[in-house]
Ligand binder design. Structure first.
Ligand code: NAD
Length: 370
């Protein structure tokens, strides 16, 4: 039997606990029927942690996260905590978790399930079969660079400053993640920068290219300016396989790519740190959506992004690609069968609750492994 994997579940706020309750059912199914099993520890994060402990992330939870093989997070935030000072806000808990775990690579897939092609923002033929992975640098660049701030000038006007800054090491470690992922896909990486107008972009391009030449000769690497990439994503998205880019461009391009797929309730993500010698890599998996205060407690939340985040965990933390595919296929089959939560309802499909969607995916997992 493979070792029992240690998971920390941080369900968080709003619909976080509702979708994570469904993920727990899938975990229990894996424990019962598959070769991998999980030891689950639960913790609080965000507003739930603030209410219980006066902080959005306790030292104990942080220690649990660092001790786990992987962390699964639901969502944080909500109007209840909007008035809190900046340092106590629920989102600070998540940001601190990412920073303390040094999760520098954010993976955002944009996948269009066959039966969802009609629901996408672009013409179906442009997105049918789409499968892009955006690898975004997450803890460097202009969102963190110094100097930063707003200062007053002698004439009484003000100046806002942020600094785009990247080192060789910061660029190469995220490019390495992109090359490794591409090696398990079609072997194509497009690196995105603004080397035409930014020195940090020139360095980005040179370092990504030299890492490819030194260590990943089989990867087909191309480079693209970020503005062109934004355009190409809506013109001909299927030209891309893996895109690697910096923090700010990745922030924008991954949201753009997400909209190619239809719904927020379908989008998973992973954030990875550096692999240690023994193969361990700190990792956090979470749906892209937030806590959806408008639908909380109504059994309306779409749990598919949370299921697909769990599948990403199987693939990227535990090298269980076949098991990940099993979950993804189950989700695809349920969608093909015409079941939809309210957020992805289309003409001719049946509206179901969070719980019924969970039932359907579990039933499909059973069928696929019968
Ligand atoms: P949101 O993602 O929570 O909701 C946007 C819209 O999408 C809402 O109408 C919501 O009902 C719908 N939606 C989102 N997820 C859904 C799902 N799984 N199923 C069905 N419908 C879904 O974004 P928001 O409204 O901008 O933010 C609400 C709160 O969430 C804020 O406090 C924000 O800070 C927080 N937030 C947290 C995260 C995170 O935890 N990573 C991400 C984004 C926003």
């Amino acid at each position: 039997m493979p070792a029992r994997k240690k998971l920390l579940i941080l369900a968080g706020d709003g619909i976080g606990p509702e979708v994570m309750a469904q993920v727990r059912r899938v975990i229990a199914w894996f424990d019962r029927f598959r070769v991998v099993s999980f030891g689950v520890v639960e913790g609080l994060v965000g507003g739930a942690s603030f209410d219980a402990h006066g902080t959005p992330l306790t030292e104990e939870t942080l220690a649990d996260a660092k001790a786990a093989d992987a962390v699964l997070l639901g969502a944080v935030g909500g109007p209840k905590w909007d008035g809190l000072p900046f340092e106590s806000k629920p989102e600070r808990g998540l940001l601190r978790l990412r920073k303390e775990m040094a999760l520098f690579a954010n993976l955002r897939p944009a996948i269009v399930f066959e039966s969802m092609a009609e629901a996408a923002a672009l013409r179906p033929e442009l997105v049918r079969g789409l499968d892009i992975m955006i690898v975004r640098e997450l803890i460097g660049g202009i969102y963190f660079g110094e100097p930063r701030g707003i200062e007053e000038l002698p004439d009484g006007s003000r100046r806002g400053v942020n600094t785009q800054v990247y080192t060789t090491e910061e660029i190469r470690r995220v490019a390495r993640v992109a090359f490794e992922i591409a090696g398990k896909r079609t072997g194509k990486v497009c690196s995105v920068d603004k080397a035409n107008v930014m020195e940090s972009g020139v360095l980005w391009r040179e370092e990504v290219q030299s890492l490819r030449d030194e260590e990943f000769p089989d990867i087909a690497l191309t480079h693209m300016y970020a503005d062109n990439c934004a355009m190409q994503l809506v013109r001909e998205p299927k030209q891309f396989d893996v895109i690697v880019t910096d923090n700010m461009f990745g922030d924008i391009l991954s949201d753009e790519a997400a909209m190619l797929t239809g719904s927020l309730g379908m989008l998973p993500s992973a954030s990875l740190g550096a692999a240690s010698g023994k193969g361990y890599r700190p990792a956090l998996y979470e749906p892209v959506h937030g806590s959806a205060p408008d639908i909380v407690g109504k059994n309306l939340a779409n749990p598919l992004a949370a299921f697909l985040s769990f599948a990403m965990m199987l693939r990227h933390s535990f090298a269980l690609g076949d098991e990940a595919e099993l979950v993804e296929t189950a989700v695809g089959n349920v969608l093909a069968g015409g079941m939809r939560t309210a957020d992805i309802l289309q003409p001719g499909t049946a509206k179901v609750s969070t719980l019924v969607m969970g039932d359907a995916v579990l039933r499909e997992l059973g069928k696929l492994t019968a």
